[in-house]
Design a protein around this ligand. Structure first.
Ligand SMILES: [Zn+2]
Length: 195
C-alpha cells in the first residue's frame, strides 16, 4: 500500500524558545529526521504542513485561553514560522509544503494548500493524485494540529496512523483525550515510533 508521511507544523514557534512552545518539540524535529533515515523507503511521498498566519482574526489574542485563542505565532514569513533547524534532514525528503491559516484558524493540514506550476492544490487532492492510500501523521502538537490532521485523514478515507513517539502535545490531559478520540475515529495510534 502506498503510504505518505505527513509532518505537521514542526516550526520554531512550536518548539522550545518559540512563542507557543511545546515541550519536546525540538526533539521531535530531530527524531523525525532519524525516522526517515531508517524508514524513508516505507513512504511513497513525504509532505510537511505549516501554520502560516497573515491575519488569523481571533485565533491570535493578547489574552489567549489556549483552547481557541493563542499568543501571536507563525506570522507568515517570520523566523517563528520557519521549520525548526533540527528538521533539516527530514526536509530533504519533503516533496511539498502545505500552508494553512492565512486568514483564519486552521488546525488541520488538510485545510492547507501548496503551489506548484501556477496551480494551488489541497492535501487530499495532492495525495489522491499520487495514489496514496495510507498516511502516518507526526509532529506538533498531538492535541491540536496532529489531532485535526489525523481526523481529517481518516475522514477522507486514508488508512491513518499517528506515531506518538514522533509527536509532542501541549498538555498530558488533552493529549490523552485526543488519542482516545483518534482511536474512536478509526485511527491507529502507534505508541512510540517504529524501531
Ligand atoms: Zn495557528
Amino acid at each position: 500500500m502506498s503510504r505518505a508521511l505527513i509532518i505537521v507544523d514542526v516550526q520554531n514557534d512550536f518548539c522550545e524558545g518559540g512563542s507557543l512552545a511545546v515541550d519536546g518539540g525540538s526533539q521531535v524535529a530531530a527524531d523525525i529526521g532519524e525516522h526517515l533515515g531508517r524508514h524513508g523507503q516505507d513512504y511513497s511521498v513525504v509532505v510537511a504542513t505549516a501554520d502560516w498566519h497573515v491575519d488569523p482574526g481571533d485565533h491570535w489574542s493578547s489574552d489567549p485561553d489556549y483552547r481557541t485563542s493563542w499568543p501571536v505565532h507563525c506570522r507568515a514569513g517570520s523566523e517563528g514560522a520557519q521549520f525548526h533547524p533540527s528538521l533539516a534532514p527530514a526536509l530533504q525528503h519533503v516533496q511539498a509544503v502545505f500552508r494553512k491559516g492565512e486568514h483564519e484558524a486552521a488546525y488541520s493540514g488538510f485545510e492547507g494548500t501548496t503551489e506548484a506550476h501556477g496551480r494551488t492544490t489541497g492535501l487530499t487532492e495532492w495525495l489522491t493524485e499520487r495514489e496514496v492510500r495510507g498516511v502516518d501523521v507526526v509532529g506538533l502538537a498531538t492535541d491540536h494540529c496532529v489531532r485535526a490532521t489525523a481526523l481529517d485523514a481518516a475522514g477522507a478515507g486514508f488508512r491513518t496512523r499517528v506515531l506518538t513517539g514522533l509527536c509532542a502535545g501541549v498538555s498530558p490531559e488533552t493529549t490523552e483525550q485526543a488519542l482516545a478520540e483518534l482511536r474512536e475515529a478509526g485511527v491507529e495510534v502507534v505508541e512510540g515510533a517504529p524501531a
